[in-house]
Design a protein around this ligand. Structure first.
Ligand SMILES: [Zn+2]
Length: 444
């Protein structure tokens, strides 16, 4: 007997999941090629709907400004809910203004399997960020309806509200949204509370949308990469390792302001000089160990800020990112220790005020394996990679196993009108999502 190649083995694994899922509708076994043929969403409808969605908030220079809570957002959401009904999903708007399209499973006792994305954009954004994963998720549901496949798990197609303004809707569901944030003014000009109300939610009842850890079977999100790694390497599918954790601080460096002409060089407590040494040291510490961690000093201000005065005070930012929160904490400790030594050189002091913290959200190894198998069954090349950008998936990772699928962004451009992904890559991504949903329904 001839040994199966690795690729054939993956195809077999995927086919058995598809065969089992489709068996109810088919009633008899089908050949491998027939099963491959049915495991395909309607690519032309998917791309036509992406084009239709791009009309909501379209800009004359190309791309869209469909910021969350705007009229364009509201109108696009109504259309997306129609598409959900067309796919026999039962859409509803939760208190956080997320759109949830439900589909019953054969086992009511199992927790739901979720997949989706968002349709709000940044101001002057593109037509693919969020839209690809949202429209593809609805197409997956439509495929299940057309093939009369009943999954074991109940399914929920989720269109999260206000992703671009700080993953608001998904963090309400994960319980990470602070009440104080509701008063923040969003890009639409409305506060988040008013925006949620505008879309049909109820900000006073957000506690009711919070879900418990373990209450979902899993979450998949298909998304454009928004960077150029896949496009440059010619790889079709990115399997997201996780979404990096981000920590930011304001660093205050105190010295002593004095006359720049009369104070000798060896008697200065120059906060700017200490800041320069600090910036160099951050770069050295962050690059001193292997890994993909990054560290940035992106903003700096000096006081009093005159050419003829030695700076007495500097405030600069410090940002560290990595998939491993413990590594970020360790790097920050080293930076603080080395800063004390820098301060001792000219009697300056360093203090740190936390600005922002976003915990790292690793994807689930089983979900990564399922995505890899789904891509291999379709003959698509893959690469495991981190996500440097934030996504709703990081909130969902708090509740259950999360898996994210990336497709190439041409030229690595995103959050801009020139954001683009090829139709073939979008359809591939949707088919990987379909394969992953079917396989996860069997496996988890
Ligand atoms: Zn997005």
């Amino acid at each position: 007997m001839r040994r199966m190649t690795r690729r054939e083995f993956h195809r077999m694994t995927m086919m058995s999941a598809i065969a089992a899922a489709g068996a109810e509708a088919l009633g008899h076994a089908r050949s491998l090629s027939q099963l491959m043929a049915i495991q395909r969403i309607d690519g032309s409808r998917l791309t036509a709907r992406l084009a239709a969605l791009s009309a909501f908030g379209r800009n004359p220079q190309g791309g869209v400004s469909r910021v969350a809570y705007s009229d364009a957002d509201k109108a696009a959401r109504a259309t997306v809910m129609d598409w959900m009904r067309d796919a026999t999903l039962e859409p509803s708007i939760d208190f956080a203004a997320n759109i949830i399209g439900r589909r019953a499973g054969s086992s009511a006792s199992l927790p739901p399997l979720l997949f989706g994305s968002h349709i709000d954009s940044v101001p002057e954004g593109g037509n693919f960020d969020g839209d690809v994963g949202s429209v593809a998720a609805i197409e997956v549901a439509r495929w299940l309806a057309e093939q009369r496949v009943t999954t074991r798990h109940p399914l929920e197609v989720t269109i999260w509200s206000n992703e671009e303004g700080g993953i608001i809707g998904s963090r309400a569901v994960s319980g990470q949204l602070a009440t104080a944030e509701l008063a923040n003014v969003s890009s639409s000009g409305k506060t988040i509370a008013d925006g949620i109300r505008f879309l049909g939610g109820d900000p006073s009842r957000l506690a009711a949308v919070k879900r418990a850890k373990g209450s979902i079977a899993g979450y998949f999100e298909l998304h454009i990469e928004q960077g150029g790694i896949l496009d440059t390497a010619g790889i079709k599918v990115g399997i997201v390792e996780g979404i990096v954790g981000i920590r930011q601080w304001d660093v205050t460096i105190e010295g002593f302001a004095n006359h720049a002409g009369t104070t000798p060089m060896n008697q200065r407590h120059d906060a700017m000089l200490a800041a320069a040494r600090f910036i160099e040291m951050v770069n050295r510490v962050v690059t001193s160990e292997p890994g993909r961690q990054v560290g940035t000093v992106g903003r700096l201000q000096a006081w009093p800020g005159a050419p003829n005065v030695i700076p007495g005070k500097v405030i600069c930012s410090l940002e560290l990112r990595d998939l491993d929160d413990a590594k970020v904490a360790r790097l920050f400790d080293r930076i603080k220790t080395e800063a004390v030594a820098i301060g001792a050189l000219n009697q300056t002091t360093f203090s740190y005020t936390p600005l922002h913290e976003n915990v790292a959200a690793p994807s689930d190894p089983r979900m990564r394996g399922i995505i890899a198998d789904a891509a291999k069954a379709l003959g698509l090349s893959t690469r495991v990679m981190p996500s440097g950008a934030g996504h709703d998936a990081q909130a969902l990772a708090q509740l259950g196993p999360m898996g994210m699928i990336f497709i190439p962004s041409v030229g690595g451009i995103s959050h801009a009108p020139k954001e683009f992904s090829n139709a073939a890559d979008i359809v591939n991504g949707a088919n990987v999502l379909l394969g992953a949903v079917l396989a996860a329904d069997r496996a988890i």
